[in-house]
Write a protein that binds this ligand. Structure first.
Ligand code: TRP
Length: 337
């Protein structure tokens, strides 16, 4: 007889973030904050994708610090090491091993078509390396090792998740079923935070103009200044409309943080002009980031704790990923001892 007392198996989700630069308000509202909510409904894994970061040159001391920082930030935003699996990619050797198996199932043609490869190779034309080209095979390994149903990513990574599915399907067809086919999970809420200086573009941490983005480490004064300088149109009505990209973006940010609707925001700032509104947006951002920044600062002072959490995560991640790796190796005909 079926045992109805057993809780139904939770669906799994996995995502990773590169330790390059400080995440922006856009990364926070669009991705990380949603991950925190996902922890309750799904069996989640989140990793710092340090191996992905070396497809472009990193300076060692700074790189090491950024790995600690990104791991600390995962915890600071509210991900719980006892609830979600949190780890650093390079601590789990199965990722690099699986990458080779999957690289041998990734076609030259499909890798050549990846938009990110085209962009990156144009930007770093002095160092177009094999890793940059094979980046999607490593990302496929990150994902497929953990058999997730969903991969929460931004629009720009959708193509890589789709390629991961193709690689998984190809592998399963040739060798027998090993991998679950993952689906991209495009986050809706707060997913489209735009540049404060050119609101037709996405807010990006690599923008040359520092005023274009709010970093998670910006001080309250800096956040206030950047919000006040945000580009807006020449009207004075706080309302969401076509052609008002700057205001629309600030409304989007304010709505995401306060859970107010656009109509409610318009009513709140009726007759008050953009100046007041910008200050209110800045204050909302400052208050949302304050506890995250506080936890982050505390965690960065306790490297021993961070390393202990990294170790614990790596052990759990190794147990799951080695099982999948062994299965793939066996199906392919390797001698697995
Ligand atoms: N490529 C992703 C990015 O730059 C990071 C990443 C690496 C990732 N491995 C992943 C995302 C696995 C989701 C799943 O944003």
């Amino acid at each position: 007889m079926e045992n109805t007392t057993v809780a139904p198996h939770k669906k799994r989700a996995l995502s990773c973030i590169q330790p390059t630069g400080v995440p922006t308000l856009g990364n926070y509202l669009g991705a990380m904050r949603n991950w925190v909510e996902m922890q309750d409904e799904l069996d989640c894994a989140f990793a710092v994708a340090d191996l992905h970061a070396i497809t472009v040159r990193q300076e060692a001391a700074q790189f090491r610090n950024q790995i600690y920082e990104m791991f600390a930030l995962l915890i600071a935003v509210g991900l719980k090491p006892d609830k979600s699996l949190l780890f650093v990619q390079s601590h789990v050797p199965a990722h690099a091993e699986m990458t080779w198996l999957l690289a041998c199932h990734s076609q030259f043609g499909e890798l050549s078509r990846m938009t990110q490869f085209k962009d990156k190779s144009a930007k770093h034309s002095d160092n177009i390396n094999l890793g940059m080209f094979a980046y999607p095979s490593l990302m496929a390994a990150d994902i497929l090792l953990y058999q997730p149903n969903y991969v929460p990513v931004g629009d720009d990574q959708k193509q890589h998740v789709e390629l991961t599915r193709d690689i998984a399907e190809r592998f399963n067809n040739v060798h027998g079923k090993v991998f679950v086919l993952p689906e991209p999970y495009i986050l809706k809420k707060g997913g489209r935070v735009k540049s404060l200086q050119d609101p037709t573009k996405k807010m990006s941490k690599s923008d040359e103009n520092q005023n274009a983005f709010i970093s998670l480490k910006d001080s309250p004064d800096t956040i206030m200044r950047k919000c006040k300088r945000a580009v807006t149109d020449s009207e004075a009505d706080v309302r969401y409309a076509q052609g008002k990209d700057g205001i629309n973006n600030l409304m989007e940010i304010y709505a995401t943080i306060t859970s107010k609707s656009f109509d409610e925001i318009t009513a709140e700032f009726k007759g008050r002009g953009y100046g007041d509104f910008k200050v209110a947006v800045a204050e909302a951002v400052i208050e949302t980031l304050r506890p995250v920044q506080q936890r982050f600062d505390d965690l960065m002072k306790d490297k021993a704790y961070l390393e202990q959490m990294m170790k614990q995560g790596a052990e759990r991640a190794a147990a799951i990923s080695n099982r999948t790796l062994d299965k793939a190796l066996k199906k392919m005909g390797f001698v697995v001892l």
